[in-house]
Ligand binder design. Sequence first.
Ligand SMILES: C[S@@+](CC[C@H](N)C(=O)[O-])C[C@H]1O[C@@H](n2cnc3c(N)ncnc32)[C@H](O)[C@@H]1O
Length: 450
Amino acid sequence: MKESARQWAYQVLAAVEERQAYANLQLSHVLNKSNLARMDRAFVTELVLGVLRRQNALDFAINCFLDRPGKLPKEIRRLLRLGFYQVLFLDRVPDAVASNETVEQAKGLAKGKFVSLVNGVLRQLVRKREIPWPSWDKNPIDYLVVVESHPQWLVERWVKQYGLEKARAICEWNNKPATVTLRTNLLRRDRKRLLEDFAKEDVEANASPFSPQGITLKGSSAITALPGFLEGLFTVQDESSMVIAPIVAPQEGEIIVDACAAPGGKTTHLAELSNDKAIIHAWDIHPHKMGLIRQNCERLGVKSVKIKAIDAQKPPEELIGKVDRILVDAPCSGLGVLRRKPELRYRLTEKDIDSLRNLQSKILDGLAPLLKPGGTLVYSTCTIEPEENFQQVKDFLQRHQEFERDELMPYLPPLEFSEEEKRQIEKGFWQILPYRYHSDGFFVARLRRK
Ligand SMILES: C[S@@+](CC[C@H](N)C(=O)[O-])C[C@H]1O[C@@H](n2cnc3c(N)ncnc32)[C@H](O)[C@@H]1O
């Protein structure tokens, strides 16, 4: 039987929902197995990420056409989400094709019992198209929950923390497709030359303002097929993440700890910035992630990294007082990267934020004694929750009077900071909101042992 992009998309969505799989990992797993053409692969990706980004809106629309929405079996709802997404959000798929293909798929689900319901609901949608969406002016919270598909608790949290307009900007940004950005491997190329290599191969790419190593790609490219991938001339990294290693500012000959390192994006950056001549300890609690760090180091030709499975809450005692710089790129709720991981918003709860906050403070406490006097501690997360960020740092400084905030501005890229950002940066930390620079959301603080 000919493989269909829609069937693969359904399968990935089922794995995300039933087995709590990560959509991006499941997509690459499934696409590697399939014999789909390039365009069809892009279509599967678009369907999966699009349906996850718009899940609440799709459910709201589907429910408008059902008498008893609660009775709809899960697999039929999943299929209808796919059908509705194509009709409501994809201009290039004709309505008739979207409906017919969805009805075809319904024949293979729930013993074909819902074919006529699926058919009826989709025909009505195509005919009527009017969905009574909540209005931004009358009920902004419902609007963000339904139209922008974010859970109520999160919307309320962001509105309280950031106000309505910013919360809306964050939610809207989370539903945009993510761009691909690369970091030039300074050990092997400079950015100008890499951009020239790309231009010769007709790969559209631009220099990023975030980092002298950063490159933004136009459109979606298969990364492993880009010129220079196998030779390790670059690595994939979001622009916000590229900001962190320069803040650590590693120097040749120093002892550096990257305490939460896997898969090694920032470890290899630290190695590049120190000309591969520092001693970089790359730790992560999960032994199975060691291979990822190793692969990245090998492909990029990095030799100065010592990889070990270590719980950063209990680091080796022999390093006490010996380390020049520590990076804690902490495990966090990841709420700054929802455009890359759209399913996360439906999985996280406020309790998760509390337990992560606990873990983060234990990791910071565990690592603090390793630093030499005058040493640098950089704490970063890819979330925008104050408890995991500003408050975490404030609490740490309360508990550890031997630490103080350090100057941050000299280490930052030359962006046009808002007044609010400048005020933060003066205090030694910076919260990047995801829509602000069209990047991932990130937080970073630079501290110094007195
Ligand atoms: C945000 S990710 C790190 C990303 C990485 N720095 C990079 O740039 O590629 C956080 C990492 O912390 C690790 N982690 C969680 N708990 C830890 C602990 N107690 N000690 C060390 N690592 C931990 C997770 O396994 C995860 O790989």
